[in-house]
Design a protein around this ligand. Structure first.
Ligand SMILES: Nc1nc2c(ncn2[C@@H]2O[C@H](COP(=O)(O)OP(=O)(O)OP(=O)(O)O)[C@@H](O)[C@H]2O)c(=O)[nH]1
Ligand SMILES: [Zn+2]
Length: 205
C-alpha cells in the first residue's frame, strides 16, 4: 500500500464517519475544484496539486485524530502547594472556519488555577492545536479548550481568550483586513471571582 494512503484513510475512516472514502476520492474532488476555478487539472503545473492538497488537508484537519483530554492526562503533583494562576500567553495557532474553510490565524491565552497538580505547559499548546486543526468557529474552539482543561484537571478555574483574524472576512466577502475577533470563556474562579478574572485579563496583551 502507498505510504501516503494510510494516514489519510485512517483519518477519513475514523473521523469522517465515511467508511468508503479513499485518497483517490479526495483527489478527484480537488480536480473538480480546480476545474470549477477555471483551470485544467491535467496541465503540468497542476498535475500534482490534488495530491498536495489532500496532504495539506490532512495537516489542516489533523486535530480530529487527537484527544485533548488524553493529552492532559500526564500531570505533576510535586508542586509544594502552588495554587496561583498558571498562564501560557500568546499561543499561535492556525485553524479554518467551518463556513468557508478559510484560514483563522490567531493566538490563545490559556490560564488555570491548579488544584494539587499541574500539567506540562506544552500540553496546553497541544490542546489549542488539537482543536484548531479542525473545522471551527472561534466561539466553539474557545469553549472546547476551556472545557477540556476543566474536565481533565478539575482546576479551581480556567480562562481562555482567543484573538484571531478570519480570512473569510479579510480576503473575501466583506473585506475588512485589520479586524480581529476576541472570544473568551471563564470557568470556576475566573468566572466567579472578579479579582482572579482581573488578574487574568491584566496579563493579556
Ligand atoms: N460567530 C462566528 N462567525 C464566523 C466565524 N468565522 C466566520 N464567521 C462568519 O460566519 C458567517 C457566515 O455567514 P453566511 O451569511 O452564512 O455566509 P456568507 O454569505 O459567505 O457571508 P459573508 O461572509 O458575509 O459574505 C459570516 O458572517 C462569517 O463572517 C466564527 O468563528 N464565529
Ligand atoms: Zn468563514
Amino acid at each position: 500500500m502507498d505510504a501516503l494512503v494510510t494516514p489519510l484513510n485512517t483519518c477519513l475512516r475514523v473521523e469522517s464517519h465515511d467508511d468508503n472514502l479513499e485518497r483517490s476520492d479526495v483527489e478527484a474532488a480537488f480536480r473538480t475544484i480546480i476545474r470549477w476555478a477555471g483551470d485544467d487539472p491535467d496541465r503540468p503545473g497542476l498535475a500534482e496539486t490534488p495530491s498536495r492538497m489532500s496532504r495539506a488537508f490532512e495537516e489542516f484537519f489533523s486535530g480530529y485524530r487527537q484527544d485533548p483530554v488524553q493529552i492532559l492526562q500526564k500531570t505533576f503533583e510535586e508542586i509544594e502547594g502552588y495554587d496561583e494562576m498558571v498562564m501560557l500567553r500568546g499561543i499561535p495557532f492556525e485553524s479554518h472556519c467551518e463556513h468557508h474553510l478559510a484560514p483563522i490565524i490567531g493566538r490563545a491565552w490559556v490560564a488555570y488555577v491548579p488544584r494539587g497538580r499541574v500539567v506540562g505547559i506544552s500540553k496546553l499548546a497541544r490542546v489549542v492545536d488539537a482543536y484548531a486543526k479542525r473545522l471551527q468557529i472561534q466561539e466553539k474552539m474557545t469553549a472546547q479548550i476551556a472545557n477540556a482543561i476543566e474536565s481533565a484537571l478539575q482546576p479551581k478555574g480556567v480562562g481562555v481568550i482567543i484573538k484571531a483574524t478570519h480570512h473569510c472576512m479579510t480576503t473575501r466577502g466583506v473585506h475588512k483586513p485589520d479586524t480581529d475577533l476576541v472570544t473568551s470563556r471563564m470557568l470556576g474562579c475566573f468566572r466567579d471571582n472578579p479579582i482572579k478574572r482581573q488578574e487574568f485579563l491584566s496579563l493579556i496583551d
